[in-house]
Design a protein around this ligand. Structure first.
Ligand code: ASP
Ligand code: MG
Length: 412
């Protein structure tokens, strides 16, 4: 039995017209002689509306009941879409998370999938040509409903493909695939044909919000090839897959940016063993996620420590660090919300030197000041003034010739 997993996001199932387009994609795959598991999201706007409703009913909605409520969004989609397929003579049925079951841990609102019963899927695929499965939802071993966090249907789809074993997973959305950068910021942005899991993780953790990060981690772990493509075109999209030699020959694959950054600086603190721990342990304990960290070179035993956090966490981070300052002795705490991060991403950096230097020189040419730098094997990130993001993205995109395809770039 040849099986394909297709996932359609909220904008693809928004209304009857959209669902008919989805049915077209389903028909195409069926015509290729495959059986399908079609994973659906809630219709666009639905999950947000349900969230809002919960907050009207309760000041502090119980997380378990919240998940029971949110799961209805996907339940609606799968029932409606199954009807549509059946009316067209397609043998189809809906499947909810608890029916399979998609077993998860008990972290309501951000549950992690533990196992999926592939035997049941295969059994049902003997009887039906299409199983329409509710994304985003699962249940605990005790039978309580859970949801997987915003954008979680991507992870549902990848997990099903992994459970079925070496099955491709097509994620349909309203864009053609993954781009070298945000086309709204840079009109030279180009669709990428193939990208490695690691690059995709860097891209999606920084604003290129095509796939839920967890779904990429899942795909990487179980080696599920994921194709991101559009419901509204016939473009083959972008294949997210294991790294190969061809990918490594490309120096830079994309430029990502993140405006959800705030900078916190603890000035004039003593430079001695235990200071970093005194700052970052309480932040971690209170669940504040720290991104970039830079410690200034110290003079006469005094230094500054700067780090960035998500903007929603900056007040909390400031309060925590203010307490630390009193404990360890320090001059002041400064925060800056007008910053953003731009990143150059590519597995090719592993084997080539000078990429960082080229990025810095290009930013200098464009008269953009860099506040902080952090690097990994496949990424160089710079913190800059938020107002210069667009210019920085365009500059870097041009510097690394991303408007050209990989083949064209090699021929240069
Ligand atoms: N409906 C959920 C959300 O809006 C899950 C998903 O669409 O992937 O986040
Ligand atoms: Mg999504």
């Amino acid at each position: 039995m040849r099986i394909l997993v297709q996932k359609f996001g909220g904008t693809s199932v928004a209304d009857l017209e959209c669902m008919k387009k989805v049915r077209g994609k389903v028909r195409e795959a069926l015509a290729e002689g495959r059986k399908l598991v079609v994973v659906l999201s809630a219709r666009s706007g639905r999950t947000n509306a349900l969230l809002e409703m919960a907050h009207q009913w309760s000041d502090e909605p119980d997380p378990a009941e919240m998940d029971v409520l949110l799961a209805t969004g996907e339940q609606e989609s799968v029932a409606l879409f199954s009807m549509l397929l059946q009316d067209d003579g397609i043998r189809a049925r809906s499947l909810l998370g608890f029916q399979l079951p998609v077993l998860t841990d008990g972290a309501f609102g951000s549950a992690r999938i533990q196992s999926i019963d592939a035997a049941m899927l295969r059994r049902e695929l003997e009887k039906y040509d299409v199983l329409v499965m509710a994304g985003f939802q699962g249940c605990t071993a005790e039978g309580r409903l859970t949801t997987l966090g915003r954008g979680g249907s991507d992870t549902s789809a990848v997990a099903v493909a992994a459970a079925l074993g070496s099955v491709e997973c097509h994620i349909f959305t309203d864009v053609d695939g993954v781009y070298t950068t945000d086309p709204r910021l840079c009109e030279e942005a180009r669709k990428i044909d193939r990208i490695s899991y690691d690059e995709m993780l860097e891209m999606s953790s920084m604003g290129a919000k095509v796939l839920q990060i967890r779904s990429v981690e899942f795909a990487k772990k179980y080696k599920v090839p994921v194709r991101v493509r559009s419901t509204f075109s016939s473009d083959p999209g972008t294949l997210v897959t294991q790294e190969d030699d061809m990918m490594e020959s490309v120096l830079v694959s994309g430029i990502a940016y993140d405006k959800d950054q705030a900078r916190v600086t603890l000035c004039g603190i003593p430079d001695k063993p235990g200071i970093s721990a005194a700052i970052f342990v309480p932040l971690a304990e209170k669940g504040v996620l720290v991104d970039m960290i830079v410690q200034k070179a110290s003079r006469e035993g005094i230094t500054d420590m700067t780090f960035t956090v998500s903007r929603k966490d900056v007040k909390r981070a400031e309060a925590i660090v203010e307490e630390v300052r009193h404990a360890i002795g320090g001059e002041c705490v400064e925060t800056d919300l007008n910053v953003a991060k731009v990143s150059v991403i590519g597995v090719g950096m592993r084997n080539h030197s000078g990429v960082a230097a080229r990025a810095f020189a290009a930013l200098h040419q464009a008269d953009i000041n860099i506040n902080m730098i952090s690097t990994s094997e496949i990424k160089i990130s710079c913190l800059i003034d938020e107002r210069e993001v667009e210019k920085a993205v365009q500059t870097l995109h041009r510097e690394f010739n991303l408007r050209l395809s990989a083949v064209e770039e090699q021929q240069r």
